[in-house]
Design a protein around this ligand. Sequence first.
Ligand SMILES: Nc1ncnc2c1ncn2[C@@H]1O[C@H](COP(=O)(O)OP(=O)(O)OP(=O)(O)O)[C@@H](O)[C@H]1O
Ligand SMILES: [Mg+2]
Length: 276
Amino acid sequence: MSQLIVEGLRKKYKSRTVVQDISLQLNSGEVVGLLGPNGAGKTTLLQVLACALPPCQGRLLLNDTAPWALSAAALRQLRGSLFLAPQVPPLPPRQRVVTSVLAGRLPAMGLLHSLRSLFYPADIPAAYDALDRFDLAEKLFERVDRLSGGERQRVGLARTLLAPAKLWLIDEPLSALDPARARQALETLLDAARDRQATVVATLHQVDMALAHFPRIIGLRDGALVFDLPAQAVSREVPAQLYDQYEHELRGEVPANAEVNYPDRPEPAPAVMHCR
Ligand SMILES: Nc1ncnc2c1ncn2[C@@H]1O[C@H](COP(=O)(O)OP(=O)(O)OP(=O)(O)O)[C@@H](O)[C@H]1O
Ligand SMILES: [Mg+2]
């Protein structure tokens, strides 16, 4: 099970607030698409949810545990139970694809085991199966720097399937994929998540894909939660305005569809945590 509770979450870089007053709850097995324009704070929010960055204020609970109250060892263990897939997977250029895919298991492994697995890939059939699901099985022993950008991104996604995590935080999984590959990759990922009852938060810019594949959609703008709705309740104009307003602001105009009302944002919870 992987339940996530966030209350009044705020994150600053220096004095600039980039995530503000976010409150939400994700139950085990929930699958959420996170939309928002460039710079809205999506990646930052994922990093805070992944316990990679401490929040400056607010409460984060993973399975009823407050990560930043844990000892360093317990925090490491908790991080091993979730998987953060960055938009550009950090794949060492000369590494073989098989090793890169199996690295999905590293966060859940001890140090010695991890080091050994980098030199002696242990579960080649599992890596092959994961790659096969993204149509990349023939690249198993290819060097990562000989792949195209879209192939590299799919290697990063195959890596997610190897992770034993129950919480997947996936940053822009489709940004380098052509439309057909994007649909196939998203279906593969979400099928795998459903099989394992993993909780998923994925950021993406493909609004139609998000509405078609994610049961719940969250919109973020200027670091704040603007809407949090079941996909079937999201009319086309809601996400459109999320992006549109920026174009109007740049032109110094009032948005034509300014009457679109977003649902009320939740009241921020009392702050219980402060920046370290
Ligand atoms: N390490 C950092 N130090 C300072 N500011 C940062 C840092 N990382 C991100 N920011 C700023 O925080 C804001 C939110 O960035 P973030 O990467 O979370 O946006 P995003 O919604 O993921 O955007 P995109 O769609 O372009 O990926 C941006 O204005 C960015 O410049
Ligand atoms: Mg981002």
